[in-house]
Design a protein around this ligand. Structure first.
Ligand SMILES: Cc1cc2nc3c(=O)[nH]c(=O)nc-3n(C[C@H](O)[C@H](O)[C@H](O)COP(=O)(O)OP(=O)(O)OC[C@H]3O[C@@H](n4cnc5c(N)ncnc54)[C@H](O)[C@@H]3O)c2cc1C
Length: 387
C-alpha cells in the first residue's frame, strides 16, 4: 500500500500475516478456481471464528467495523497467503442490503447464518434476454393470500446450484415505467418447484447455473422493501456489488502469482519491468478503492461504476503481464511445472468474465456518460439500464 501505515495498522498486518501463514489449508493455497463448498466452507468458518469474515459489516451485526485500510490489509495478506476464493454473495451483496433495508426479523434470521457459513446465497437477477436491460425481466409473482407464487427462469446464477437461498427480482405488476412493479424477494431454494441446471464456463468450472421456478410459494415476510418497489433495493445492491467487485482482491491475487513466477524464474530485466508495471497498476487500483471506500465510510456517495471498470481491467492487464512472463508455457492448459506456478490459462479464461458480471463494463461506461458527464442517452437506447 502506498500510504504509510500507522503503528496500529502495521501491528494488524503482522497479526493477520502470522495467523494466515499458520492457518490457510495447504491444499487450498493459490488455487486458481473457487473450491467446492465441502472444501472451502471449513476455511470460511475458520475465518468467521477468527472474526475476519466480514470486515466491512458493523459490529452490532457481527462484523469487524474495519476501516478501509484494515480491509485492504486483509485483502493483501489473504492474497499473499494464497487464501482461496470463498462465496461472497451473502457477505458482500445481500448482507449489507439487509443491514440497510431488511426488517429486524429478516436481519435476525439471515445475517448470523451468512456470517457463520450456514447459508450460502446466490443472486437471481439475470434472465434469458434480461441482462443489461434488467428491468425487462419476466419472472412473475402473483400474490395469493400471505404468499407470493413465483414462476420463471433465472440464468447465470453464480453458485446457484450450491446455494441455500437466492435473493431475486420478480415482476408483481406491469406499469408505465418498467422499473415499477418489480419486487425484491428472498427465496429458500429448498422450496418445492425449484430446479437448477449447472452451466460450464470456458474456464472449465461450473461457476453458475440456471434456476427454474415453477409456482414456488414464498411468504410475504420474505419481501425486502415494498411490493412493486424493489427496484430501489435492487439498484442499491448493484452499487454495493460494484464497490465490492472494485476491491483489489483479484488484482492482488494475480499480482501475487506474478511475483511468485518472477521469483522462480531466472533473473531477467523484462520480467522485473513487467512486475514493476503490475505493482503500479495494483497500487493505483488500491488507492482508488481506498478513496471510494473512505468516502462511503464517511457517509458519502461513491461512483462505483468507475471502480468496477478499473478493478476488472487491472486484473486483465496484470494477467497479460503474467502471460508475457510465462512465455510459451502460458498457452498450455495445465503447465507441467509441478508447482502450479505456470498454470495461467485457467485464470486468463476466468478473467474474461470480470468485465461482464455485475453489469458489463460497456454499461458502466454508459452510466458514467449519463450520470457523471451528463451526456444525453443514445438514440434507441432504453431509458434506464442495469444501474
Ligand atoms: C461469470 C458470470 C457470473 C454471473 N453471475 C450472475 C449472478 O450471480 N446473478 C445474476 O443475476 N447474473 C449474473 N451474471 C449475469 C450478468 O449480470 C450478465 O451477463 C450481464 O449483466 C450482461 O447481460 P447479458 O449476458 O444478458 O448480455 P447483454 O445484456 O445481452 O449484452 C451483450 C453485449 O451487449 C452490450 N450491451 C448491451 N446493452 C448495451 C448498451 N445499452 N450500450 C452498450 N453496450 C451494450 C453488453 O455490454 C454486452 O457486451 C453473471 C455473468 C457472468 C459472466
Amino acid at each position: 500500500m502506498l500510504r504509510t501505515l500507522t503503528d496500529e495498522e502495521e501491528n494488524f498486518r503482522t497479526e493477520v500475516a502470522g495467523w494466515l501463514s499458520a492457518n490457510v489449508p495447504s491444499d487450498l493455497r493459490h488455487t486458481t478456481f473457487r473450491p467446492l463448498p465441502r472444501d472451502c466452507m471449513p476455511w470460511y468458518r475458520q475465518l468467521y471464528q477468527r472474526g475476519w469474515i466480514a470486515p466491512h459489516w458493523p459490529r452490532e451485526f457481527g462484523g469487524m467495523a474495519a476501516t478501509p485500510v484494515q480491509e485492504v490489509i486483509l485483502m493483501e495478506e489473504l492474497a499473499r497467503a494464497g487464501s482461496p476464493d470463498i462465496p461472497g454473495q451473502g457477505l458482500n451483496h445481500i448482507g449489507p442490503i439487509l443491514i440497510k433495508c431488511g426488517t429486524p426479523q429478516q436481519q435476525a434470521r439471515h445475517l448470523p447464518a451468512i456470517l457463520c457459513g450456514d447459508a450460502v446465497w446466490c443472486q437471481g437477477y439475470s434472465e434469458p434476454g434480461s441482462g443489461s436491460d434488467l428491468a425487462s425481466l419476466r419472472t412473475r409473482a402473483v400474490i395469493d393470500g400471505n404468499e407470493l407464487v413465483i414462476s420463471g427462469h433465472k440464468i447465470w446464477t453464480t453458485w446457484g446450484h450450491h446455494a441455500d437461498w437466492m435473493f431475486a427480482l420478480v415482476r408483481t405488476a406491469d406499469g408505465a415505467a418498467r422499473q415499477h412493479g418489480i419486487t425484491f424477494v428472498l427465496i429458500d431454494l429448498k422450496s418445492p418447484g425449484i430446479s437448477r441446471r449447472p452451466i460450464r464456463t470456458i474456464a472449465g468450472d461450473d461457476e453458475f447455473c440456471e434456476v427454474f421456478l415453477d409456482a414456488v410459494r414464498v411468504p410475504m415476510e420474505n419481501v425486502v422493501g415494498e411490493i412493486d418497489r424493489g427496484w430501489a433495493v435492487a439498484t442499491a445492491l448493484l452499487s454495493e456489488e460494484r464497490l465490492r467487485i472494485g476491491a483489489p482482491v483479484l488484482a492482488q491475487r494475480a499480482l501475487e502469482r506474478l511475483r511468485r513466477l518472477v521469483r522462480a524464474s531466472p533473473p531477467c530485466p523484462r520480467n522485473d519491468e513487467a512486475l514493476a508495471q503490475a505493482e503500479m497498476e495494483a497500487e493505483t487500483l488500491t488507492a482508488s478503492y481506498l478513496a471510494l471506500a473512505e468516502a462511503q465510510h464517511q457517509g458519502g456517495a461513491a461512483d462505483s461504476s468507475y471502480l468496477k471498470i478499473l478493478a476488472t481491467e487491472t486484473v486483465q492487464s496484470i494477467l497479460d503481464l503474467l502471460q508475457q512472463v510465462a512465455g510459451e508455457a502460458a498457452s498450455l492448459w495445465h503447465a507441467p511445472s509441478g508447482d502450479g506456478l505456470l498454470d495461467y490459462s485457467e485464470m486468463f479464461l476466468q478473467s474474461r468474465r470480470l468485465t461482464i458480471y455485475g453489469g458489463t463494463n460497456e454499461i458502466q461506461r454508459n452510466l458514467i456518460a449519463a450520470k457523471v458527464i451528463g451526456l444525453p442517452p443514445m438514440a434507441g437506447a432504453p431509458a434506464r439500464r442495469k444501474e
